[in-house]
Design a protein around this ligand. Structure first.
Ligand code: DC
Length: 217
């Protein structure tokens, strides 16, 4: 028999929709661990670039990822990812990673590895996990699924305010149109438009919905 999963609240949505801030605060309020699934794709992309591998060479990228040691743990209720014993956390928002992460994350062989790693987190603790396919592919059986969105204008302004150059429209297009596990609204997800809400407002709405669904908090 497979290992039992703990409870998982899935928060999916496009780039700069507010999902990281919401998911982190929600996890804090629920006393669940917080996992940012995009960070694993970013760690892998950083590793590929660091090794001088062309992100467009799908076979070489897949082989490299398959032979890398990727360790995903929970530390103080947050995930910590090491690749070949290196923790590249401080480089994950570099321009080069931003520019290449959609391409690397579109590869089925890369996704197969990441999905297994993400499921592994739920063997240890209750989780709030954010990403693109958490409710649709990684944990399709969790009843607690949310899809947060905001207008493209608001999202661009949020990234700019963080001082980041991130072509979110380009990434959205790539993330939504890829063949494997594209960004979709899971059919049973609760959709929340965060354009005119504060983080606190979104978190309160999600907690109210979770209580209505019978989640014991
Ligand atoms: O959430 P983020 O912007 O840090 O994610 C970086 C990239 O990783 C995003 O452009 C698409 C990919 N991603 C994915 O394909 N599936 C996920 N569950 C999370 C992220």
């Amino acid at each position: 028999m497979g290992k039992r999963f703990h409870r998982v609240v899935a928060i999916d949505g496009p780039a700069a929709s507010g999902k990281s801030s919401v998911a982190r605060e929600l996890a804090r309020r629920l006393h669940f661990a917080y996992v940012n699934s995009g960070a694993i794709y970013r760690v892998i992309t950083w590793h590929i670039l660091q090794k001088g591998i062309d992100p467009g060479d799908s076979d070489r990228v897949a082989q490299t990822v398959e032979s890398a040691r990727i360790s995903c743990r929970l530390q103080n209720n947050e995930s910590r990812i090491l690749i070949d014993d290196v923790d590249p956390a401080e480089y994950l928002r570099d321009d080069r990673v931003n520019e290449n992460v959609s391409r690397v994350s579109s590869l089925p062989r890369v996704r197969a590895i990441v999905v297994q790693k993400l499921r592994g987190y739920a063997h240890h603790q209750d989780l709030v996990m954010e990403g693109r396919d958490i409710g649709s592919v990684v944990f399709p059986d969790t009843p607690y699924k949310f899809y947060v969105d905001a207008s493209p204008d608001v999202r661009s302004r949020r990234r700019a305010a963080q001082g980041q150059r991130d072509e979110i429209a380009v990434r959205d297009q790539a993330d939504s149109s890829r063949r494997v596990s594209p960004l979709v609204v899971a059919k049973d997800a609760h959709v929340i438009d965060t354009s005119h809400l504060t983080i606190e407002g979104v978190v309160s709405e999600i907690i109210a919905q979770l209580k209505r669904m019978g989640l014991r908090i």
